[in-house]
Write a protein that binds this ligand. Structure first.
Ligand SMILES: Cc1cc2nc3c(=O)[nH]c(=O)nc-3n(C[C@H](O)[C@H](O)[C@H](O)COP(=O)(O)OP(=O)(O)OC[C@H]3O[C@@H](n4cnc5c(N)ncnc54)[C@H](O)[C@@H]3O)c2cc1C
Length: 472
């Protein structure tokens, strides 16, 4: 092992890489590889122990104690590293796997070198902790009287449940899907996050005393009145599940689907569950994914695994720059071009493209009428779209991955007549309380579609606010 004082000067960043492309598209197994323990220690040695750790203060939403954890790993103190890690993030096995690593965007070393690969280190610490048996159920030492109903079991709901259970409250999580986990379970594909990782954590939470009621739509399968009478607090964590639609002629044609329906079905197949609705499959098809973000990328990986003939991804915005620009300085999150493992598996990508019409024959989609565009700034500084040239694209499956516009219709929200904010999300005060007394909200349902790490942090903060409310 190298001298840690000179770590970053001597050791280069090393990413573990991915399973070979030809191999990985044959199955839905995790694609990212791991470094050896020694490799991880070398990477931890690159942490500079800088005076002000921006990774912790500016980047990481859950405020992981990154320099301290890196130091422990470097000195082979894995158990101590694990305890430090859990002080920040309740579910490092999720963030270590799929967080975009906001911390790495603000790592001081990233100013003039490659940042420290903390996501890999986080993943190694938590997986080592499971392997060594450090991760054990720790039910609270005492139980309080109050009962909490958490609606939704995504990272926000899990985070609320975990934090309140640790404080001694009686927590029941209601989930309308077959298995708990929210988008961690149905949405994010197995090749990014294997579902046994989610289930392993939920089993521990159950052992710690949290009750999970899956296949229960709160407000419909159990009445809102029942929940109000039975529980002291209702905490909403239902996510932002309403997809942005494409209002162009031909939208109604057979073969146009929302990305999340397509992705959820594939997870159901992998888990051996009954598929919801009619099969949406890319097998042998010319697939067009509309939307250039992470959800779109997950559709590409899934389409290739299903054996699509071709995959084209269209994005309305310009191609991001290859590196930081002057208006996006460190320690801000770098908004730059990214090629995901799914892109690398094979697809065509086009930017600055708008969809004008979906075309079809006999009720079935056959293609799209698109146009190349340019973005022009007007005198008020607003960007306007200018069409350059029309073109047609062949397609027999179109997946809409253009983001989410809010929670959408939800029985319990309607029954409680909870106010929405101007963007259609659940309105809340600065203590996570909705317009209904004793009803709290966290995660995408009030922040808008975001990231797992934000949902975890928000859930934890909401739990603190709920405990404060109950203690009054
Ligand atoms: C395809 C896709 C890929 C993504 N990839 C990443 C990634 O790689 N990294 C990352 O950081 N983020 C990613 N995200 C974003 C991330 O998954 C979300 O920000 C996060 O899951 C939000 O957590 P949440 O708990 O607020 O909501 P969700 O995870 O959406 O969970 C909400 C849960 O509430 C349940 N529910 C809603 N209403 C009710 C009700 N009335 N009764 C019972 N249950 C109810 C829903 O069924 C759902 O299970 C991705 C998102 C998508 C769509």
């Amino acid at each position: 092992m190298r001298d840690k004082e000179r770590g970053f000067m001597e050791v280069k960043r090393k990413n573990p890489g991915y399973v070979d492309k030809e191999q990985r598209i044959k199955n839905y197994n995790q694609v990212e590889k791991n470094l050896s323990d020694e490799g991880i220690k070398q990477q931890a040695a690159r942490c500079m122990d800088c005076g002000i750790p921006f990774c912790f203060g500016s980047g990481c939403t859950v405020a992981n104690l990154i320099p301290e954890i890196n130091d422990c790993v470097y000195h082979d103190k894995w158990e101590e590293a694990y305890h430090l890690l859990m002080a920040g993030c309740s579910f490092p096995e999720f963030t270590g796997q799929i967080c975009p690593a906001l911390c790495e965007g603000s790592c001081t070393l990233g100013l003039n070198d490659d940042s420290v690969s903390f996501r890999q280190i986080e993943r190694a610490v938590i997986e080592k902790a499971y392997e060594m048996g450090y991760v054990r159920a720790k039910p609270p030492e005492f139980r309080l009287e109050e009962k909490i109903a958490v609606i939704g079991s995504g990272p926000a709901g899990l985070s609320i449940a975990d934090a309140l259970n640790k404080k001694g409250y009686n927590v029941t999580v209601f989930e309308r899907a077959e298995k708990p986990g929210g988008l961690l379970q149905y949405g994010i594909p197995n090749f990014k996050l294997e579902k046994n990782v989610v289930e392993r954590r939920i089993d521990i939470m159950k052992e710690e005393g949290i009750k999970f009621e899956a296949n229960v739509n709160a407000g419909t399968d159990v009445s809102t009145k029942y929940l109000q009478e039975r529980f002291d607090i209702i905490a909403l964590a239902g996510g932002a599940r309403q997809p942005r639609d494409l209002s162009v002629p031909g939208r109604e044609l057979d073969g146009v689907h929302f990305a999340l329906d397509f992705l959820t079905q594939q997870t159901q197949r992998v888990l051996g569950q009954k598929v919801t609705g009619e099969d949406i499959l890319a097998t042998g098809k010319k697939v067009v994914v509309i939307g250039g973000g992470d959800t779109g990328s997950d559709c590409i990986g899934t389409s290739n695994r299903q054996g699509a003939e071709s995959v084209l991804q269209l994005e309305i915005l310009p191609k991001p720059p290859e590196g930081r620009t002057g208006t996006n300085p460190w320690p801000q999150w770098p908004v730059q071009f990214k090629e995901t493992s799914s892109h690398a598996e094979g697809c065509e990508r086009r930017w600055c493209v708008t969809t004008k019409e979906i075309i079809g024959k006999d009720g079935k989609v056959t293609g799209l009428k698109c146009a190349d565009i340019e973005w022009e700034k007007d005198e008020n500084g607003r960007f306007n779209m200018k069409e350059i040239k029309e073109f047609d694209v062949e397609a027999d499956l179109i997946l809409l991955a253009m983001g989410f516009v809010g929670p959408g219709p939800n029985g319990i929200v309607a029954n409680l007549e909870i106010e929405l904010d101007p963007r259609g999300n659940i309105k809340r005060d600065d203590k996570h309380m909705t317009s209904a007394d004793g009803v709290f909200v966290a995660g995408d349902m009030s922040r808008g579609a975001s990231l797992v790490v934000h949902a975890i942090a928000d859930g934890k903060a909401a739990a603190d606010d709920i405990a404060e409310y109950l203690s009054k």
